[in-house]
Design a protein around this ligand. Structure first.
Ligand SMILES: C[S@@+](CC[C@H](N)C(=O)[O-])C[C@H]1O[C@@H](n2cnc3c(N)ncnc32)[C@H](O)[C@@H]1O
Length: 449
């Protein structure tokens, strides 16, 4: 992906988290084919001692071609690039940074996270910390190519990082894989991975290339699109969209969730933290319903069910009671869709008796913490279950996970229109095609009225 037409006579390459050095080997192989005139100086960082021999072997093989020097830094990249004791050799400037960084949550207290936050920006995940450090180490006009999960591109956790990245790296090409199962099948990677290539710069260009490929071997297809379709200028969250195919959302859906007067939150019961409050027998005196994603069935919540999960919750004291929602009708959305589900957004309505506990793998819509007018809850559920809202969601989220923050930024029909959808469709969810058509027809009729 990097362009080789504007490189200096000596190209400095950085590969943080180099593993066996395969990315650097790929860069060297291309450079040797296209630019035999250039000298190459490689810096490879790898923390895992056991990978140093194979890494050394790869780089020695590269260097055998001549005109190539390399240095291996056997350290933690975050520790070695931040703080007073930072290793100058890692700070650049580099002309090319290539990385397939490690993934993993960085707790707020992790010294690496704090180090990167103090130097550059707060990064909730290891890969973003690597990426920020790599970009910061680029020479002016230097390029960074990173194989990363797509989670940075949307959501609130990554917002500071995303803004920082867009302010330091001009996006050149965003590559996606059509099929997750083909490319990363062997890695157990649960979310979409993308390859992002960019050039050091503090403004974005007017256009960006979107490329896709299916498997390891086939040709990519490319399109160049205006940058304004990838990051909408009016989007205060600066989501980065990897698909700009317009999704035909009915025009009447021009309201924010706040304008509809609703909020959305994540279920408050984290079951393993409150084991003593879980009741397998739902007839236990004092037990209230505890709802899991498994209770979501065909647009409604079926409870209790033999899911192998406790279906009751015991609000024994004030702290436990705070985990409940008051009696009412709520629209819920699964936070993780099951593999066999075609949609990532799977919504249903809970209309039960008495206070209820939502488990943490569910999001629930509420009206200032209370239940919704029933027709509104059913209308909202129907809206979220349409295939066009699902498609819209996929344009900005590559995650199988649906966070409350993602639901907050979707467009919604007006409160009255949602109620109308709920009234017309009632409680039973029709087939996907019929649901899409019915919701569209109601919104068109409402707009015309
Ligand atoms: C996803 S692998 C990629 C390896 C190689 N770049 C590739 O594409 O095959 C990430 C690599 O980063 C290394 N790593 C993990 N944490 C690290 C850290 N804090 N500092 C340096 N390397 C680290 C791992 O040992 C692993 O080799």
């Amino acid at each position: 992906m990097p362009k080789f037409d504007n490189l200096p006579a000596t190209v400095h390459v950085l590969d943080p988290g180099a593993g066996s050095g395969m990315l650097t080997a790929a860069v060297v192989s291309r450079l040797r084919q296209e630019r035999q005139d250039l000298r190459i100086v490689i810096t490879a960082v790898e923390m895992d001692q056991t990978l140093i021999p194979p890494l050394t072997e790869t780089l020695e093989e590269c260097a055998a071609e001549g005109g190539i020097e390399f240095r291996i830094v056997n350290s933690d990249y975050l520790e070695a690039s931040t703080g007073l004791m930072a290793n100058e050799a890692l700070l650049g400037p580099f002309d090319l940074v290539v990385m397939n960084p490690p993934y993993g949550k960085l707790p707020a207290t992790a010294s690496g996270r704090i180090g990167v936050a103090q130097r550059l920006v707060d990064t909730p995940n290891l890969y973003a910390a690597f990426w920020a450090l790599g970009v910061a180490a680029l020479a002016p006009g230097g390029q960074c190519v990173a194989i990363v999960p797509r989670s940075w591109a949307n959501g609130t956790y990554f917002q500071p990082f995303r803004r920082w990245l867009l302010g330091h790296l001009t996006l050149d090409t965003l590559h996606t894989f059509e099929s997750r199962s083909t490319v990363f099948a062997d890695t157990g990677v649960l979310q979409e991975n993308v390859i992002v290539s960019g050039t050091r710069g503090d403004t974005q260009g007017s256009s960006v290339t979107l490329s896709t490929s299916f498997g390891h071997e086939d040709q990519q297809s490319y399109t160049t699109v205006p940058m304004s379709t990838v990051v909408h200028p009016q989007d205060r969250h600066s989501f980065v969209r990897f698909s700009v195919t317009p999704v035909a959302i009915p025009e009447a859906a021009s309201y924010s969730l706040a304008q509809v007067g609703l909020g959305v939150s994540t279920g408050r019961v984290v079951d393993f933290r409150v084991r003593e409050l879980l009741a397998t027998d739902t007839t236990t005196p004092g037990a209230v319903p505890l709802l899991y994603p498994g209770n979501v069935r065909g647009g409604i919540i079926d409870w209790p069910l033999p899911l192998g999960k406790p279906q009751g919750f015991l609000p024994v004291d004030e702290t436990a009671q705070r985990l409940l929602v008051p009696e009412g009708t709520y629209t819920v959305v699964k936070r993780f869709s099951a593999k066999e589900e075609r949609r990532r957004l799977v919504a249903a309505v809970w209309d039960g008796q008495g206070p209820t506990a939502f488990e943490n793998h569910l999001n629930y819509f509420h009206d200032q913490g209370r239940g919704l007018f029933p027709a509104l809850a059913f209308g909202l559920s129907a809206w979220l279950n349409t295939s066009f809202v699902d498609q819209l969601f996929r344009t900005f989220s590559g995650h199988t996970q649906v966070n409350a923050g993602d639901l907050r930024v979707l467009p919604y029909p007006s409160r009255d229109d949602l109620i109308e959808i709920g009234r017309v469709l009632g409680t039973a969810l029709p087939t996907q095609g019929a649901l899409d058509e019915a919701v569209r027809a109601i919104l068109t009729a409402q707009a015309a009225a």
